[in-house]
Design a protein around this ligand. Structure first.
Ligand code: ADP
Ligand code: MG
Length: 353
């Protein structure tokens, strides 16, 4: 097992595209580290560089303190699982799983034992004799995972391994992967563009944007205190309301008069944006204390909650309410802030103040 250290990783493709820009990341030994970001932000390029499938333009990669810049993929001792299952079509599941061991010349008795163990972990026992075209997408991906897990490498690299599965199976596999990783205790770098997947899987999450690092933190840290407006808009469903605000006389207010719980130590200032989670706002009666006059624009009833869009002081905001709350469309209501002080950003630098 090993941690992974990336220092000033830079990747410029021959056509001039800069995919990764001076990226510093440190994955701890044994952690499930998620790289999250929109399509094209450089996740795959970073992962392929760690695996040795891509040669970085500059920067260093260390696996377990060993500098691996010049090592070919086979000598880096890591296992990678891709978005597409990449099984050998002519081999049965058991032989696909056994492939890495046989390539290393492992004795056949041990191969059988370890295939059986991997199959047990991924509930594949009944499917071992089948070829890939006799397996569903989810089953193929479990075979691909078993093939990666069988090698007991220094680290696992996963590139959106669940993207091609339907929602229910994806949730199921997510749980399996998390359990397996915890049981094996092997460092895993897991790439996804899905913030829910990142939140539910990661011990820590790195958020990438245009080849650069925006933030690293635990799921709760990035949820409660996104480091930039980009992160604020990316994490959470529905995402934060990003409201222009100003500070005067120690109060934090939108131009429309909505008062937010002020963070300590803010001096009088304009050009600010507050990030307010939908669950930290409350729709109430028009005459409630602290409330600004508002109007319900739309409602989305989701069973366990209702997401209202509320117009107040010229801005539309999203509010998450319990399913028992019912306000008529277009009815006059009040809106107030109920949570802890929101993170506040400088509108120009787009970073926390
Ligand atoms: P992600 O996995 O986050 O979607 P990638 O790492 O695949 O992002 O790509 C990052 C950027 O690099 C994108 O703009 C992509 O178009 C570009 N890119 C990826 N591979 C190549 C390549 N072989 N040649 C040129 N540009 C590439
Ligand atoms: Mg990718």
């Amino acid at each position: 097992m090993a941690g992974i250290e990336i220092t000033e990783l830079h990747k410029r493709f021959p056509d001039g595209t800069v995919a990764v820009e001076k990226l510093d990341l440190s994955m701890r030994d044994g952690e499930l580290f998620v790289m999250l970001g929109p399509s094209g932000c450089g996740k795959t390029t970073t992962l392929r560089s760690i695996a040795g499938l891509e040669r970085q333009t500059s920067g260093d990669i260390r696996i377990g303190h060993r500098l691996v810049n010049d090592l070919p993929p086979a000598e880096r001792d890591i296992a990678m699982v891709f978005q597409f299952y990449a099984l050998y079509p002519h081999l049965r599941a058991k032989d696909n799983i056994a492939f890495p061991l046989r390539a290393e010349g492992t004795p056949e008795a041990e191969v059988k034992e370890r295939v059986a163990e991997a199959a047990r972990m991924l509930r594949l026992e009944a499917l071992l004799e089948r070829r890939p075209n006799q397996l569903s997408g989810g089953e193929q991906q479990r075979v691909a995972l078993a093939r990666a897990l069988i090698r007991q490498p220094l680290a696992f690299l996963m590139d959106e391994p669940l993207t091609n599965l339907d929602a229910e199976l994806r949730a199921d596999m997510r749980t399996s992967i998390k359990h397996l990783q915890q049981r094996l205790g092997t460092t895993m770098v897991y790439v996804t563009h899905d913030q829910l997947e990142a939140m539910s899987l990661g011990d820590r999450i790195a958020i990438l944007n245009k080849g650069r690092l925006e933030q690293v933190g635990t799921p709760l840290e990035v949820y409660n205190r996104p480091a930039s407006l980009f992160c604020a808009g990316f994490i959470g469903s529905p995402p934060m309301n990003l409201l222009p605000v100003e500070v005067s006389e120690g109060r934090l207010r939108t131009p429309g008069g909505l008062s937010l719980v002020p963070p300590g130590g803010l001096s009088t200032r304009q050009g600010l944006v507050a990030g307010v989670r939908p669950e930290q706002l409350e729709v109430t009666t028009p005459d409630a204390g602290d409330a600004v006059p508002a109007r319900i624009v739309s409602e989305e009833v989701l069973g366990d909650e209702i997401i209202y869009v509320v117009s107040a002081g010229g801005a539309d905001v999203r509010v998450r309410m319990p399913p028992t709350s019912r306000f008529g469309l277009d009815a006059p209501v009040g809106l107030r802030h109920t949570g802890s002080p929101p993170p506040v950003y400088d509108a120009t630098s787009e970073r926390l103040v």
